[in-house]
Design a protein around this ligand. Structure first.
Ligand code: TTP
Ligand code: MN
Ligand code: MN
Ligand code: MN
Length: 386
């Protein structure tokens, strides 16, 4: 990161897209405790409370270790730390833990619900439904969904062809079955070198069916995480004029190809992303994406681990908004949208930027331009871990 950029960021802003959020911060212990409470609220469907904790966590990368001496003076001036949160922070400073967190950690309901939501496709709502049926462990879930560990046959080609014509329930049910069957592989995190190898293999396959494409690995990898839970790649085309036409329909064609080549073994979901309002009439109106299971070709000596791979396709005009959106973090992106709306009268999401009053579209040519358009100081990807 350029020092000039960092020094312009302020830790007292209400928006985390104006603050520096490194991967590891001086108050990691506090954040870990608050994160459990946040997760518990999320699992119980308490959205507002969940967001309060998420916001408290996002301001806690305060540049220094939070102590008694700076608590009154500086910490109480940070946004989102109200009376209740401040008393928890105080408790943490005194005892090294938070009582409520300890209660959560020993709750068997919390343990079951958080185990359930590690499965892609199971959100808090489904997790609670399964818990109410008396299910408690992932083994219980395997029996319920009639899934055998390590084995998941799927008519992948049929899934690809059916894209866009399936019900949400069918998509979720399939995702859960695949994620359950392959959960022992999916729980192994992906080192950076393997992420890079996957991108290389994907792009050399893509070159075979469409020349001139480009990609950036986004998600946690781009924010500097040493290990990722999945791999997210935004794909576009180098030609500004003809690129949009080449990207259109590429998602399905490419996933079919990767499946033929034995690289994509399963498809969880294939879709156009939610559309950017003002873009609707144009041919680059929405982002096509594929949520898949990918396996690197082996040399025969050992079985390769199944990995989750997300491919996002963006026309050149919306490539950089897609990259910023999919780099995350989720909180960083949430505040980018909020800042754009509240401070600039702009609409921002992964599939584009537009001005609200006249729907004028903007097509940034670099990542810095995305920030400039929104009137923001550039934040390096490794400082977007809010
Ligand atoms: P994830 O892959 O779910 O999360 P991550 O890459 O930050 O961390 P990891 O995979 O290692 O657990 O999502 C990647 C980013 O994409 C996320 O930070 C926000 C964005 N995103 C969207 O914009 N829309 C979506 O529907 C999803 C799932 C993610
Ligand atoms: Mn990811
Ligand atoms: Mn994830
Ligand atoms: Mn992902």
């Amino acid at each position: 990161p350029q020092p000039a950029d960092i020094s312009l960021l302020t830790h007292t802003s209400r928006y985390c897209c104006c603050r520096a959020s490194p991967l590891v911060c001086p108050n990691q212990g506090l954040i870990k405790q608050l994160d459990k409470i946040k997760e518990a609220r999320n699992l119980e469907g308490e959205e507002r409370s969940m967001l309060s904790y998420a916001r408290a966590i996002s301001v806690s990368p305060f540049p220094h270790v939070i102590t008694h001496s700076n608590l009154k003076r500086e910490i109480s001036k940070l946004p989102y730390l109200g009376e209740k949160l401040l008393s928890m922070v105080e408790e943490f400073i005194k005892t090294g833990q938070i009582n409520e967190t300890q209660g959560i950690l020993t709750s068997s309901r919390f343990q079951a619900l958080s185990a359930f939501t590690t499965i892609h496709g199971i959100g808090p709502h489904t997790a609670r439904k399964l818990y109410n049926l008396g299910l408690r462990t992932l083994e219980d879930l395997e029996r319920y969904y009639e899934v055998e560990p390590g084995r998941c046959g799927q008519e992948t080609l049929a899934v690809i062809e059916a894209a866009g014509r399936e019900s949400d329930e069918a998509i979720v049910e399939r995702s859960i079955k695949v994620a359950l069957a392959l959960r022992h592989d999916f729980s192994q995190t992906i080192p950076r070198a393997e992420v890079e190898e996957m991108n290389r293999v994907v792009m050399s396959e893509l070159e075979q069916i469409e020349q001139g494409c480009k990609s950036i690995v986004v998600g946690g990898y781009r924010r500097g995480k040493p290990q990722s839970n999945d791999v997210d790649i935004v794909i576009s085309h180098r030609n500004w004029e003809s690129g949009a036409g080449k990207i259109k329909g590429l998602c399905k064609r490419f996933v079919r190809r990767l499946h033929e080549r034995g690289l994509v073994t399963h498809v969880m979901h294939l879709s156009g992303f939610h559309e950017h309002n003002a873009l609707r009439t144009h041919h680059w109106d929405s982002l096509e994406k594929a949520l898949t299971v990918f396996v690197l070709p082996g040399d025969g000596s050992q079985r390769r681990v199944y990995r989750r791979l997300d491919l996002i396709f963006a026309a050149p005009q919306v490539f950089w908004t897609a990259v910023v959106g999919w780099t995350g973090s989720t909180m960083f992106q949430r505040d980018l949208r909020l800042y754009a709306k509240q401070q600039k009268g702009f609409k921002f999401d992964s599939s584009g930027i537009s001005r609200r009053h006249d729907s004028k579209l903007f097509f940034p040519k670099t990542e810095r331009e995305v920030f400039e358009l929104l009137g923001l100081v550039y934040v390096h990807p490794t400082l977007r871990n809010a």
